[in-house]
Structure formats: structure tokens, C-alpha cells
Design a protein around this ligand. Sequence first.
Ligand SMILES: Nc1ncnc2c1ncn2[C@@H]1O[C@H](COP(=O)(O)OP(=O)(O)OP(=O)(O)O)[C@@H](O)[C@H]1O
Ligand SMILES: [Mg+2]
Length: 275
Amino acid sequence: MSEPLFQVKDLRLSLPDMSRKKLFGPAPRIDILKGLTFDLPKGEIVGIVGESGSGKSTLGRVLVRLLSASSGQVLFRGQDIGRLPEEQIKPLRRDLQMIFQDPMSSLNPRHTIGHIVAAPIERYGFRDSKMLALEALERVGLPGAFAQRYPHELSGGQRQRVGIARAIALNPAFILADEIVSGLDVSSQAQVLALLQDLAADMNLTIAFISHDLSVIRTVCSQVIVLNHGEIVDAGPCEQVFNAPQSEITRTLIDAIPLPELDDHWLEQVALDEA
Ligand SMILES: Nc1ncnc2c1ncn2[C@@H]1O[C@H](COP(=O)(O)OP(=O)(O)OP(=O)(O)O)[C@@H](O)[C@H]1O
Ligand SMILES: [Mg+2]
């Protein structure tokens, strides 16, 4: 197996707790991530799941270096991104992309879709940014004419595809996807999840897929990390974690997955079994 894209070792993060800050002196700090150790393999979608406030988004922000660890190592291709000075982070930003939860708030309503996807490409100095933007849009299933449209003219699922197009346009190594299907209806969700799986396979892309919904994680991820109060309580290949959860927290999350709707076929089967 090739070297993992990320190797995270004893990652700790504490932040000042402004709610307990007194008028004078520094705010007391709260520990948000408490010694996380895990790898993210290349080309795989790894789910990060846990209750609200467990530290999922904070961990995601550390991976794309919007936040720096207080201690421990975050090795990206063997390089500790927590220790790199800002000027050495800049070239890495191209490889570390993110997709936001609410596509509407992250897409400028006054710009066309083509412009929105081309802007970050231009920033990296590519002359053929329009072509690359069109290619990226096509890759996510939004061909030609969509480039001329504005965000409000698109459905929620289409807007989320624009977010994905913008993230993949520069051929990154890693995408952080934080609750990106939570606002979508079930069929748009399924389409976006299938798209992510295609992209991960085709582009050898590693995706950290944050969700509070284990059934979504099970559909799309090969591995999963379960967080609770800033600690890893379960981790491993999805099937292993689902079939033999190591913690009560994971069992509770699994029990919360709704059962699929019972259809007539199922009822027939029950009738046969009982006959
Ligand atoms: N800037 C900050 N300053 C202080 N505390 C913070 C800050 N950001 C997050 N926290 C705290 O860190 C903890 C983890 O927050 P985080 O947003 O990572 O959780 P989450 O798992 O993403 O939750 P959700 O499912 O609700 O999105 C929470 O208790 C939160 O209040
Ligand atoms: Mg969050």
C-alpha cells in the first residue's frame, strides 16, 4: 500500500473559551481535540462522524490548515503542515480544497457559475481558466449552458455540484466536505454521493467526509472515524466499525439509523415465513 496522504499523530487543539473570559487576563482554554492519531489513505473517502460539538469541523479545519494544532503532527505527504510558515502553505492550498455546507452562502450571487469556478483557477495563474472551469463543470454533470447562469437559477443539488466543480478544478489531492448533503433532498443526496465516489476513484482524490448521519457515511465511505468530545472512540473500515463497534457511542449512532421503509415485498415475505 502506498504512503497515506495524511498521517496525524497525537493531534491536540485547545482554543480560548471566550464565554468564560474575565475582563482582565487571558481567557481560559478548552481542549477541543484531545490527542487524535489516524491516517487518511490516498484515493479514499473517509467519514468523520460524531454528535454535534464532538470536534468534526474543527478537525477538518486543521486538515486544510485553516487552524493549526496546539501540539502533535499533521503530516501531509510527510510534511508537517502545522509547522510550515504561511508562505510555504500557500502553494499547498491548491491541494487542500473544501466544499461548504451551504452552497448558496459560498457562491457570489452576482457572478455567473462560469466566473465562480474560474476565479480560483485564475488566481493560480492559469491562462486557460475558462476552459478548465468548463471541464470541471462538465465533470460534475453541469455542461455548457450552466456557465452562463447565476446561483439563484440552480437547484440545491446543482449548486452543490458547482461547489464540487470549484474544488476539483485545480486537481487537488484532498477535499474536506463538511455536511455537504445535509440540506439536500434524498435523491439529490444520492447523486452527489455517487459523484464524490466517481471523483475519488478517477482523480485518486482523498475526501474527508464529515456527517452526523451514519447511513450517509455507510453509503459513501470506505473508512470511518467516530469522534466523541474530541477523542476517537472508533475507527477503521466501515464494515468493521458497523459490524463490531468498539464503543457505546458508535452503537448509539448505529441504532439511530432509520430502518428502510417496509415495502409490500417485505410484508409478503413475513406472511410466507409465518405461514
Ligand atoms: N473558535 C472557537 N472557540 C472556542 N470554542 C470553539 C471554537 N470553535 C469550536 N469550538 C468548540 O469546539 C467544540 C467542537 O466544535 P465543532 O464545530 O468542531 O463540532 P462539530 O462536531 O463540527 O459539531 P456540529 O455537528 O454541530 O457541526 C464545540 O464544543 C465548540 O463549541
Ligand atoms: Mg461541524
